[in-house]
Design a protein around this ligand. Sequence first.
Ligand code: FE
Ligand code: CA
Length: 526
Amino acid sequence: MTTPISRRMFLTLGATVVIAACASSEEGKSSLTTEVATTAPATGLAPPSDLPSNPFTLGVASGDPDTESVVLWTRLAIDALNGGAMPDEDIDVLWEMSATDSFDDIVLSGIATASPQYGHSIHVIASPPKAAGLLRYRFRLGDFISPIGTTRLSPSSDSMEPVKIASASCQNWTAGFYTAYHDMAELAPDLVLFLGDYIYEGGTGSLDSGAVRLHNSEEIKDLVAYRNRYGLYKSDPLLQAAHHMCPWVVTWDDHEVENNYANLTPEDPAEADGYAARRGDAYQAWWEHMPVRFDPPVDENLTIYRQFSWGSLVNMLVLDTRQYRDDQACNDAVLQTTPACDDALLPERTLLGAEQEAWLTANIRGVDKVWNVLANQTVMTDIRLGAAVLNFDQWDGYAPNRDRVLTDITEQGVKNLIVLTGDIHLSGVGQLTTTANPTTAVGIEFVTTSISSGGNVPPETQGLLQALPNILDAEASHRGYILHTITPETWTAQYRIVDDARIKNSVVSDWKTFTVTAGTAAVAEI
Ligand code: FE
Ligand code: CA
């Protein structure tokens, strides 16, 4: 992780427990309140509780593993659809890690403080012994015990051990069920990469208009409403089970705040007043519910772009293409086939922001890993039709920024570039090119379809998509995810699709499987 991290969260090193709580204080969001050293794990000392019912209703999660530690997450909420219904006070919770489901041998444990300021969420940075392998973890408060999650550290930096990473995005509650996660659990990835649209901000929806289940409120616009929306999504047992199976690395896209927002520009310019506060609330609620290794937002800002590694196989840069971007050009028109307005080609246009762009180009090179990966939100493959831009929200609407990044990567000799993308609710395989060299692939993009969200493009456009020169294949009718199997020699993307995500327990099967051989920028169906 190259993003600066202060240790306001709970940091555990061996048997020394350092508690640095995000507790409420006069200074607000930046206090390091408690530091406790113990010489042995605190086993079986679940703090007393007079809560009337189970506060572990949202399950547990782990994430952002590195070779030394992994983040363990939960949030205490007796009534997650109504603000949590927790006492307005700090609450100490015991966390435990063990090699077994019985937890009769505790490898590591500690006390973490859940504070009302952050919705009684807990983020522990746990450092189990490196040799521990797969570990179970859980939280305890009085007699209440959380569900058990499974997690692990990433392997040592010289490891060539193959890894399976599932990429997923876009899980609109109202549009479908999370059957894809049931299948994902059976295929047992080592890691889940979530590429955005974890929640959707819209209103209740209606069964008459095709919703399969309803949102819990009108459009969410403040902290309590965003929290309650996460409470709804995280009540889903299949989503909880997917978090319980392995660590996740999570980034966001637009709907964690609002459709197609750009930096501090809302979708509807009439809502500009107060929008910064709304974004800050949305970012805070996201932080509270994700197993991420960084501090909560300050005002309306939260730096989430970061570097992630897996052994000597993967150097991954996890991007944030929402927080710093210029507003979409040309009124954010969709599927317009006339030439784009001049704004789209202004050289200063940015999707990443200058700081993140410099960070990206500095960290994609000089890293001795086999595969260089961008974990990205919107489609990067150039699908412009001549001078027409079909979707100004994608990298096509920021082509100069894309050219700068891909040209730099190519000139620096960065090999084996893989871009993993969500957003568009269809399965796709693209080749990455620059405007100067439009027929030379410099990398491959694997676009995952949505977990449940409805198609952004009508299935009839599948033929058009497949005919675009840089689209190698596409499937627009199904929901699902991609299971990537990564070895020193090959990157294999197995596209799993749900027969019908609008009915429960629908069949999940392969659409197609594609492979890239290291040393090439070519992809083949296998
Ligand atoms: Fe989406
Ligand atoms: Ca999106």
